[in-house]
Design a binder for this molecule. Sequence first.
Ligand code: SAH
Length: 676
Amino acid sequence: MPDYARARDRMVQEHLAARGIRDPRVLDAMRAVPRERFVEPGMDELAYDDSPLPIGEGQTISQPYIVALMAQAADIEPDDHVLEVGAGSGYAAAVLGRLATQVDTVERHPALAAQAASRLHDLGQDNVHVHVGDGSRGWPVAAPFDAILVAAGAPEPPPALREQLAIGGRLVVPVDDGHGAQRLRRILRVDEMRYEDDDLGGVIFVPLVGAQGWTEDGHRVAAPHPGAGRKARNGTNGADEIAQVAAAAEHLPGPDAAGFADAFERFADCRVVLLGECSHGTSEFYRARAAITRMLVERHGFDIVAAEADWPDAAAINRHVRHRSVDGRGAAFQRFPTWMWRNTDVTGLVAWMRRHNEGRAADVQVGFYGLDLYSLGASIAAVLEYLDRVDPEAAAVARRRYACLTPWQNAPASYGRAALGAGYATCEKAVVRQCRELLERRLEYAAVADGERYLDATQNARLVASAERYYRAMYYGSAESWNLRDMHMFDTLRHLLEAKGPHSRAIVWAHNSHIGDARHTEMGSARGELNIGQLCREAHGERVALVGFGTHEGTVAAASEWDGDMEIKQVRPSLAGSVERLCHDAGAERCLLDLRRGQHEGLRATLAPARLERFIGVIYLPETELQSHYAQASLSGQFDAYVWFDRTRAVTPLGPEHVTGVHAATGVEETWPSGL
Ligand code: SAH
């Protein structure tokens, strides 16, 4: 009987270590798994050659070097939960089972799966679970995974696998290079939206056959047809439904026409009016919301405009529109996606707010605030700056507390992963204590500096505490991080309303996905996500108006990936059966649908069942529109009103021609629009 242990040692030395496999845990695992047990009878002599071998069903056991390379690239930690696609002989799964706590492996050939399961069982590797199925769709019931390794070549990285990665998770997958050869790619999920993609070199694998792979005869599987995989409301919209929408539609003039906002007077009694958008880069939505905002402020005394924007950037705008000195931390809204706030439509609103506030007492001015929590670094700086001014001793303590987060300020998404590591103390206690202390000293500090500055500092301290939790939750890729973000938005709004007193009233600008009551969308029903619209309804009942916005086609400013450049993209005509197509077929160029209880009950009933609805964020991928941008939602459940612009065009980002001069001392441009 050959000395397999020696053969394995030699294999590790000659084929792995000598070729650049350095990870000691990977080398140990390769040394420990008896490869001879995973090959066909009669092949065991060859088990430690560095070559693939047949395993039946026309498949092969992977070459040891490739197994080690993939395991090393997947950067597996002992606590990780790993998915392998293509169990084959079960050999690679056995190696992975020695590196991670739990391994799920999926194999499409039942006979191979059964054989792999029994081998793994015989070796006592009970932490490896073999499943029969199409692994190109991943293994959703066990997701998310810290690492996914695919042992078969795909036409492109399967979207299901990308989605089943935890934040910080790694997908290692051989992908067709367009010329029939394969490249091994390592895809790291940086956060909800962003992925980093590395090329690890040329490889040869059998094909991945499945819904998100190749067909049996080697063709690329066609993109799913509209509605596939979703519970689409049996296809198209009926003529009676279209007629009902047409009958209820109230015509609107263009968003720049004098009377545009008149139709929205019906919401003037609300405490909070939330104005949505179905993209972050459509001019009509900005102009319509600006007109409604002007009307509510001018005629009805609304005094808070709160936007899906970073608090510190919005604070600079707030000081500008209220004729206060602007702090010198550079021009606002420099972070991706800049066009969302640095555009000519926002500029117009900001200029108007400044004119409106001129000569008014501070307590009757309208202010501009940010609801979002993506400004960890800037918010820490703002708290410290404030304390330096009012209480230098407290500032020194705060500096020590925030130092815990300092290494992560520029890459907060990595904080979540680090915080999970054994023995790593999270910064939670320190940042929460800092926030509490600031709140407790309200009276003391209010005597030293103006109330707005105190509000600003406390809000930044709250934001740091929320962001710390957010980035930790994000690592799990669950609904929790979304919920923390929207709860933070809601809390910020609540603090603003409280700070401004019982008569204060707010207008919120945020995406439809934040504003439309989440209980009536896939987000809420399938993923357990809530949003600020839902929380406002729960808190204020009928004194809240949730106003959604939609469009059929046109252009939009959006990027193709996170941190990518802004592009002007064509918005595709809306899909058959979608709520947008229903509005389009109803024929109005611009209209308002009043969806409040007691208005058009027939229309409400027609729009209640879930239909496809389009959501374009800062990223728009027309090629994969159905999967990337449509979700099932009930229009009349989500919104109290829906504003329709059949054709829309992209916002105009601020360019150099809009910049009029930079304030030498502060770095903030002196006049709007340039200060944005
Ligand atoms: N990791 C295996 C390598 C097996 S080869 C080992 O160490 O032995 C790739 C395997 O992927 C084959 O067994 C093939 O049947 C399987 N496969 C191909 N497409 C698949 C799919 N969509 N889902 C699951 N398994 C698949």
